[in-house]
Design a protein around this ligand. Structure first.
Ligand SMILES: [Zn+2]
Length: 326
């Protein structure tokens, strides 16, 4: 069962939607904007289940017929639209929405359309949908989920209430992981750091064995970089070629030096992002702050070069030399 009270972060949006329900002032079209894993679907489904609920409250009751049908994934008046191919074309929009919306709801006072990846609608598809958005039947509610607002025609945007889902503070992602996934506070803080404000992304990482192994490998090497010969360190660039399509290994390196810098300068445990590495960080924070800062910058430079298609091996060799301090 969906519950607004189970949604972490984005409190203003949650309040906006619950208030609309309470005041019975529901718009016909909402555009929920946010990155992958930002919680668009969760918010859309919570809103839809609440609107359908026979109790008429600001949360789904979980026990009425409508809530049961919703939880079973069989609600008669909920229509899910997701692109079958790369984009949503005119035909798909016509058959799934425009023709369908003329049919009255089967049982409830709303007919709700959740349109995933709505920003893949072609301009022609958007134009086709526009007429429906301009003159929707009283019972129709459209929830468009999208990453980019720029993909929409102005005319479509003007018909929608745009709601932006923001990345969550790392602290909120961490509390979610502690409360719902029973992670220790140290582990939760580290995962939250890599998840970039997205609970969805944190959950993906938790299941991602390859990420865990990569992190372990990279951190183990960074911790012995000063005591390893340059010749051997340069060989890591070849070993790390397995990560060349996954720049998260640069996140791991960047965070390591960021935290070393904080450990060196501030001596405040609470400011460390990788709470699970406290002991290692203090043990390795031996260099000057200026040197550590320089290394952190070198990681960002390597990332920029790689996104511009620089040679992976060469870029990482240069980075490793900088990190070793040669
Ligand atoms: Zn209910």
């Amino acid at each position: 069962m969906y519950q607004f009270s189970n949604i972490y972060g984005n409190a203003l949006l949650v309040h906006h939607l619950q208030h609309a329900i309470q005041q019975k002032r529901i718009s016909h079209a909402y555009l929920l904007l946010g990155d992958d894993g930002s919680g668009k679907k969760l918010l859309a489904h919570t809103f839809a289940q609440t609107l359908f609920c026979e109790q008429g409250g600001t949360e789904p009751c979980g026990i009425c017929k409508s809530c049961h049908a919703y939880d079973a994934g069989a609600h008669p008046d909920l229509i899910l639209v997701r692109p079958e191919k790369k984009s949503l074309g005119v035909e798909e929009i016509r058959t799934k929405i425009i023709d369908d919306v003329a049919i009255k709801p089967y049982r409830y006072s709303y007919k709700i359309y959740i349109i995933e990846q709505a920003d893949t609608m072609t301009p022609a598809a958007q134009n086709a949908l526009l007429k429906t958005l301009e003159e929707p039947p009283s019972y129709a509610v459209f929830l468009l989920l999208a990453k980019q607002q720029a993909a929409f025609l102005e005319t479509v945007l003007s018909r929608c209430i745009s709601l932006h889902l923001h990345p969550l503070p790392a602290q909120i992602v961490a509390s979610y992981l502690q409360e719902k996934k029973s992670l220790s506070s140290e582990q939760a803080a580290s995962y939250a750091a890599y998840a970039q404000g997205s609970i969805g992304q944190a959950l993906t990482l938790l299941e991602d064995e390859a990420f865990l192994q990569m992190r372990q490998d990279v951190l183990a090497k960074l911790q012995r970089i000063q005591n390893t010969s340059l010749a051997e360190v340069l060989l890591w660039a070849k070993e790390w070629e397995i990560y060349q399509n996954d720049f998260r290994f640069l996140d791991v390196i960047a965070l390591w030096y960021r935290d070393l810098l904080f450990a060196k300068r501030l001596h405040d445990d609470t400011l460390l992002i990788q709470q699970d590495l406290q002991a290692a960080l203090y043990a390795h924070a031996t260099e000057d702050a200026a040197v550590l800062a320089h290394k952190a910058i070198a990681v960002q430079q390597a990332r920029t070069q790689l996104t511009q298609n620089a040679n992976f091996r060469l870029t990482i060799e240069v980075l490793l030399m900088e990190l070793k301090g040669e």
